[in-house]
Write a protein that binds this ligand. Structure first.
Ligand code: PLP
Length: 427
């Protein structure tokens, strides 16, 4: 089939009529599918069921520090969990602080602390007239949700195949002291799957922000979430690069086992300089008498070490890979030659990012919903839910079964084609 833009009006009308009939068939199937969030499937969750058996009433509940994990204590996390999460974060143990069940919660908490108490003795952001954050786009909606919640002004920065547009980041950060942070998902980024180049990481480490309390919020949520064994992205470790530049206080790294074990029941951690961790502990000391050490113990006994985690991640990949490939195949088959959309083929992470023709994303998502397929809301990948071109759609292939996914991808293709044909006919 030839590209839509080369079709005559009559050809487009015929195409539209055929697509309407196919769309109706989908509607009649009464599908009910949710591809809106990047949730692991049941089969993936089952992979970690053994974690339920590593502790029972007869188990030794002592951690390496000789403390009973059933009781209060050890604010920083049990030594063996610190060891595991430090390895996962690629930092020394002195640079890791274990938190509770969710890294997003740690990010929220960190912004809340900056707003109310200030960072390392600086004026609390909440007392300033204006606080701004840089937001590489498209990005993770929940990051943008946190900064919007606290009334922080968000500035879009294009996400390039190498990472955020660093010319723009360097210029804005060095000129404007109201810019206090930037959201980053450096590896297999949500939603594009982009991993930052070495040059990008080095340029981050060399930033010269006008604000002394500027922080890079480095959310390495997909650090070990590869889809392929023989083709994996590797990124430079930011804290090490910052240490070389004497800028180690500029970064907060976040990590969790959410999509390794059980989302919402994993372990989260922050990796940062010793000064930043001391600052965080001052707040934490009032916030809790300690996080869930039994969960920490369960994780360490189950995974043992990073080799154990990597082996486990291969099992996730075996489930996820065919799903990503099924969606990519359906997009290629259904849209490949038509010139009405482009998409990413990520090597890891949880999402495929789809760009429709300008002004089409909202209609595509609405149309899919009417036929029973719930996608992430159009616009969600941008601050304030506003995609200036109304073109980006996040596809989350993990949750449905492969069969469901194939059907969902076909429906998605029909919606993209129909909305695009209508758009071109209007012009
Ligand atoms: C980039 C990113 N960060 C954080 C999270 C949430 O992590 P957690 O479950 O540890 O809060 C997600 C979940 O989708 C994510 O995509």
């Amino acid at each position: 089939m030839k590209p839509y833009k080369e079709m005559t009006r009559e050809e487009l009308m015929q195409e539209k009529a055929a697509l309407e009939a196919r769309y109706k068939e989908f509607q009649d199937k009464g599908m009910k599918l949710d591809m809106s969030r990047g949730k692991p499937s049941k089969a993936q969750l089952d992979l970690s069921n053994g974690m339920m058996d590593v502790l029972n009433s007869g188990s030794d509940m002592m951690c390496a520090a000789g403390v009973d994990c059933r009781n209060y204590g050890i604010m920083d996390g049990i030594p063996e969990a610190r060891h595991l999460l430090a390895d996962m974060s690629e930092v020394p143990e002195k640079n890791i602080l274990i938190y509770g069940n969710s890294s997003l919660n740690v990010m929220f908490d960190t912004v809340a602390r900056a707003m109310t108490m200030g960072i390392c003795g600086h004026t609390p952001w909440g007392r300033l007239d204006k606080v701004k954050f840089l937001c590489p786009v498209p990005g993770y909606d929940r990051h943008f949700g946190i900064t919007e919640f606290f009334g922080i002004e968000m500035i879009n920065v294009p996400l390039l195949p190498t990472g955020p547009d660093m010319d723009m980041v360097e210029r804005l950060v060095s000129e404007d002291p109201a810019i206090k942070g930037i959201w980053c998902v450096p590896k297999y980024s949500n939603p594009t799957g982009v991993s930052y180049s070495d040059e990008t990481v080095r340029r981050f480490a060399k930033l010269k922000p006008a604000a002394p309390d500027f922080r890079i919020f480095w959310d390495n949520a997909y650090s070990i979430h590869h889809l392929y064994e023989d083709d994996q992205d590797v990124i430079l470790e930011l804290l090490t690069e910052c240490e070389k530049e004497g800028t180690e206080d500029m970064v907060y790294k976040f990590i969790s086992t959410s999509k390794v074990s059980f989302p919402g029941s994993g372990i989260a951690a922050m990796a940062a300089s010793e000064a930043n961790l001391a600052d965080a502990r001052r707040w934490m000391n009032y916030q809790t008498i300690g996080h869930d050490k039994l969960n920490q113990l369960r994780h360490v006994r189950f995974f043992k070490d990073m080799d154990g985690m990597h082996e486990h991640m291969k099992k996730h990949a075996a489930i996820l890979r065919p799903k990503f490939e099924a969606v990519e195949h359906a997009l290629e088959q259904g849209l490949g030659e038509l010139g009405i959309g482009s998409w990413t083929n990520p090597k890891g992470g949880y999402f495929i990012s789809f760009d429709a023709m300008d002004g089409c994303a909202k209609k595509i998502v609405a149309m899919a919903k009417e036929a029973g397929l719930v996608l992430t809301g159009a616009g969600a990948t941008y601050p304030y839910g506003k995609d200036p071109d109304d073109k980006n759609i996040r596809i989350a292939p993990s949750f449905p079964t492969l069969e469901e996914l194939k059907m969902a991808a076909e429906l998605f293709v029909v919606c993209v084609r129909l909305v695009s044909a209508e758009k071109l006919l209007e012009q």
